[in-house]
Every structure is written in C-alpha cells, then in structure tokens.
Design a binder for this molecule. Structure first.
Ligand SMILES: [Zn+2]
Ligand SMILES: [Zn+2]
Length: 406
C-alpha cells in the first residue's frame, strides 16, 4: 500500500524535472535565435554602407608604341622585403624583441630595406643600416582579404570580415587609397580571396604580391595585366617571426632606385622599376641586367647565364622560350597588349614587369564609379532586413511562434 504514493511522488519529480529541462532548452533556443538575429542584423547594417560600383570594362593595353618601365642605365638593385610579422608571445602580445631581431637579421643579410607589416598597426623598431619602411597589413576577414599599405600613418579600420563581394573589395581599396600611397593585394590566391575576375575589375591598387611562401598568384597578375591594369609584381617572405626560419630571404623584390631611402624606393616601385624572385640559393645566382626595346624587339640580359628565358603574353601565354644563355630578344607581336619576361636558373625564378603597348603619354586610369540608384536600393533593402532581424532579436522568437508552445 505504501508503494503507490512513492511511485506517484517519483512520477511527479520526474515530471517537474522534465518541465525544468524543457524550460531550459526553450530558453537556450530562444537565446540562440536572438543572438543569431542580432549578429545577422549587425552584418546587414555594416554591408548597407557599401556602394554599388560600375566597373570599367577590361581595356587591354593598346597603341602603336611599346614602353618598358626600366631605365637604359644599368640598374642599381636594392633588395627589399615588404612583408614581415613579428613573433607573438603565447598570450598574443607582440614580441618586440622579435621585431627588432627581424630588422637586424635583414640588415645582416644586406637588404636595402625591410617593412614590419603587422596586422592593422604600424610598427616602429629601431632602424639599422636597412631602411625601415612604414606599413601594415590590412584586413581581418576569415578569408584573408589582405592588403599591404604603405605611406600615411593612420590605420584604416573598415573591413568586412565575414563576406566580401567585389563591391566590398573596391570600397575597402577606396578607403585605403585615401590614406595610403602604395597598396599591394597580398597573396590574392590564398583561400581564393580574390578571384581572377576581381583583379580584372578592381582599381586603386598598385601591385600584386605574386610570390610568397603562402601563394603563387602569378595568374592573378596576368589577369590584371590582360585587363589593362598597370600594376607591378612583388615577392615577399611574408615572414611570421624568425622562429619559423624556413622561408626568410627566399622571396625578394629588387628595386632599381637611386638610393635606399623610402622616397626613392617607393618612387621606383610606383614606376614599376622592380623585379621579383624566389631563390633557394643565397646569394641569388643572377639578376636582370637590361630590359629595353630596340627596333620593335624586347631585349633582355642577365648578370649570369640562366637555364631558360621565357617571353609571355596575354593571360600568361608562352610566346617564346630560349636558353641557356645570358640574353635573349623577342620581336614584339602586333596582337599582344603586353609581353613580360621570366627567367629561371636552377632553383631561382625571376619575373620582370612587362613591356606594354601605349599610344604615348600616361595610360588612362581605370575607373570604378558609384551607381547611386543601385546603392540606394541595396542600402534600403539591407536596412529593412536589419530592422526585421532586430525585431526578431528583440521580440521575435515568441511573437513569430518560432518555438513550439509549452
Ligand atoms: Zn595576409
Ligand atoms: Zn602577412
């Protein structure tokens, strides 16, 4: 007879435990829905600020003449590394000793200049014999939409960390161009952050990091050149502290500048008077000695014999390959907008900026104009979406009956 009340009590305990668990689960689901709605509302608000652009169509280099960015005089190569991060301590703080060690190491190796380009911040270690170039790496998106920024002291904080279409990428470049003098698309092939169509459309960047330990982005460079974007190529170590020594000094940019001052180096970089190379040998076994146009032919020479000299055209198409030897020449064809040269010798690969067609004078700049009506429509739609998501975050889970009754 005593068994029945105890069973009833146990059943009641189980029922009240079950309803407590049920209430806790409902609270957790309601909280998750609110958090997700709030997060998506914030993203919609951020992206409502992005203008819609109309991009100039690809216009390959054209004109009756050819021009090369290199000078007639023998080049005075200044070796630089434009991309390096200091080590971080185990709790994430910068290791300033490592920052100084990087400067000292590139100094010891005879580099003319080095940049400490940490994420979203200028660094100022004590310079040595190598010029310290002031710059930083912009971008904190998961897909590594990164840019190296030089010139100007203020950091641009705007970014779109979750998703970026071509309009977001152009908007970021416009904001960076307003603050900085020289902007490089960093490792664009890494995680396919920038598509080939992106680099064809975008404007406002000066160079592409085509070679680094993390990505070979030469196809991106050819896509940009084929669309008529006059952008240079650089190679960098993208060093992440000297504790990971496997890469440093393998990827270098060589700048034909009058001296190693930041002003002279960036003037030469903007003019395209640089080459970039990857080499497992130290010192690298050869350099570009001459890049000139004579009687409709592109003539190149190197400081030592190389295994192979390639002439490449639109979209990186191989036009002629010669070697081994110290020099080569190629008759510039009527149907190519540009011709660039790559030389390889053992484990070294060197890329020179292209000779391009021109009609004389400065090449017209590609434009990306803002479309006001499309921008307003997109902003209004995203603001409405943000308002709806905000309402869901505030009242929605119960009002919309997103949860079962109980
Ligand atoms: Zn990066
Ligand atoms: Zn980096």
């Amino acid at each position: 007879m005593r068994l029945l009340p105890r069973t009833l009590a146990t059943q009641r305990e189980h029922a009240s435990l079950g309803s407590a668990l049920h209430r806790a689960a409902r609270r957790a689901i309601r909280g998750s829905i609110r958090f997700a709605a709030f997060a998506f509302a914030a993203v919609a608000l951020l992206h409502a600020t992005v203008p819609v652009h109309e991009f100039a169509p690809p216009t390959p280099f054209h004109g009756a003449e050819w021009s090369t960015p290199y000078r007639d005089a023998p080049p005075d190569w200044q070796r630089v590394n434009l991309h390096a991060h200091p080590d971080r301590k185990w709790w994430g703080a910068l290791d300033e000793a490592s920052e100084q060690a990087i400067v000292d190491e590139y100094d010891r190796l005879g580099f003319a200049a080095v940049a400490i380009t940490d994420y979203m911040g200028h660094r100022s270690p004590t310079p040595g014999a190598a010029t310290l170039l002031h710059g930083y790496e912009h971008g904190y998106g998961w897909r590594k939409w990164h840019q190296l920024c030089f010139g100007g002291d203020a950091v641009e904080w705007l970014d779109y960390p979750l998703c970026q279409g071509v309009d977001e990428k152009q908007h970021v470049l416009d904001r960076l161009a307003a603050r900085h003098d020289f902007i490089v698309l960093a490792h664009p092939a890494l995680l396919d952050a920038y598509s080939l169509d992106d680099v064809r459309a975008l404007q406002g960047y000066d160079a592409i990091e085509v070679l680094s330990p993390y990505a070979d982005s030469v196809a991106h460079w050819d896509a940009a050149l084929s669309a008529g974007r006059r952008v240079g190529a650089i190679a960098t170590d993208d060093l992440h502290g000297l504790s990971r020594r496997r890469h440093h000094t393998r990827y270098s940019t060589y700048v034909d500048a009058d001296d190693r001052s930041a002003e002279a180096l960036f003037a030469a970089l903007r003019a395209g008077r640089m080459t970039c190379a990857v080499s497992c040998e130290e010192p690298p076994p050869f350099q570009l000695a001459r890049h000139a146009i004579r009687a409709g032919r592109l003539e190149v020479a190197f400081t030592a014999p190389v295994d192979r000299i390639d002439f490449l055209g639109r979209e990186g198409r191989l036009l002629q390959s010669t070697g081994p030897g110290c020099s080569a020449s190629f008759e510039l064809p009527a149907d190519e907008p540009y011709v660039r040269v790559e030389a390889t010798h053992r484990e070294m690969r060197l890329l020179a900026n292209p000779a391009v067609r021109t009609s004389g004078g400065a090449a017209p700049l590609a434009t990306a104009s803002v479309q006001p009506i499309a921008t307003f429509t997109r902003a209004a739609a995203l603001l409405l979406l943000a308002a709806l998501l905000g309402w869901i975050a505030w009242r929605g889970p119960d009002r919309l009956r997103l949860l079962p009754r109980g």
